[in-house]
Design a protein around this ligand. Structure first.
Ligand SMILES: [Zn+2]
Length: 313
């Protein structure tokens, strides 16, 4: 809920709280943040504050009422979230949105939509949206989230209230799951359990591979398949591997470890044995393999493929 931001985003928090309490809510907002997942969670909390019948009158209950729950599940009739479909927000998505939001709210007095990565919209589509944003029906509120407001056309920028979130550099925390959560969108992984033990196994795999290289192919069963065995899990694990190598790259440049502090020794060992080009090459390979997962490739061979491709470099 919005109160989660009292300290971390005090200016944005106060601005919005005052507007909601005094009934001075604008019809369009741009939430700007250097991390789109932060912008998005802020936007959702804002939406809840607008739509939740408890608002601030019953703080303790908020987040638990039916409306808030339905918003969390993206299943509330007066609320809609749009995410880019691939690289772009499409014309169809916007037409669909406009159809839904051409009607007045049925439950309560407000209707809210969030467009995440609003900058990922082509200029002509932004032009088309202008009127819709500028002259909405009573009670309709647009929340546009972006990590690059320079890509938004001036006419839209000038008609929205800009809420700039404070730049967040996550403090190095010891909680590995929290750290990874700040960098990987967990909402993609609804059917798998994500725990510390799993992260241990992923890092163990990386460590084993870095020491044994090709020979790892002989042990993929023990190291991988016995632990991870479906598309969702492969996707998550490979994204953690990607994050780990990116952190090594970061360490080479900045000498800082922010996410994988827990595995500091392993990270430093790998750092010693790989120069900056080797690490960048590995990152490229991992990204290619992650992209392959989306197509229905044989999931059992994904990890073998990764090792083979890494060895080719
Ligand atoms: Zn609520």
């Amino acid at each position: 809920m919005l109160d989660d931001y009292i300290e971390t985003q005090s200016i944005a928090y106060k601005t919005i709280k005052n507007q909601v309490i005094n009934d001075l809510v604008s019809h369009a907002y741009i939430i700007e943040s250097n991390k789109s997942n932060v912008g998005m969670s802020f936007a959702k909390s804002f939406a809840k504050t607008l739509l939740c019948p408890n608002k601030y009158t019953n703080l303790n209950n908020c987040d638990k009422c039916t409306q808030c729950k339905n918003i969390d599940e993206n299943n509330f009739i007066e609320f809609k979230i749009i995410e880019p479909n691939g690289n772009w927000i499409t014309k169809e998505q916007i037409e669909d949105l406009q159809n839904t939001f051409m009607k007045k709210p049925i439950v309560g007095t407000k209707k809210v939509y969030i467009i995440n990565h609003f900058d990922k919209m082509r200029q002509n589509l932004m032009d088309k949206m202008l009127k819709f944003i500028e002259e909405p029906l009573d009670g309709i509120i647009a929340i546009l989230v972006t990590d690059n407001k320079n890509k938004i056309i001036e006419t839209i920028l000038s008609r929205c209230q800009l809420i700039s979130l404070k730049t967040i550099s996550e403090p190095a925390s010891d909680n590995i799951i929290e750290n990874i959560k700040n960098n990987i969108d967990f909402s993609k992984y609804k059917n798998i359990e994500i725990n510390e033990e799993k992260i241990d196994k992923i890092i163990n795999f990386i460590s084993y591979y870095e020491k044994n290289k090709k020979k790892t192919l002989l042990f993929t069963k023990e190291l991988w398949h016995d632990n991870f065995n479906n598309q969702e899990e492969n996707d998550f694990c490979l994204n953690v591997i990607l994050l780990f190598y990116k952190e090594i790259l970061n360490y080479k440049i900045d000498n800082k470890i922010e996410i994988f502090k827990k595995y500091e020794n392993i990270l430093k060992d790998i750092n010693k044995n790989n120069d900056i080009n080797q690490i960048s090459d590995k990152i490229v390979v991992i990204i290619e393999i992650i992209n392959k997962i989306k197509y229905n490739v044989n999931q059992n061979l994904i990890i073998d493929k990764l090792i083979i491709e890494l060895e080719k470099r």
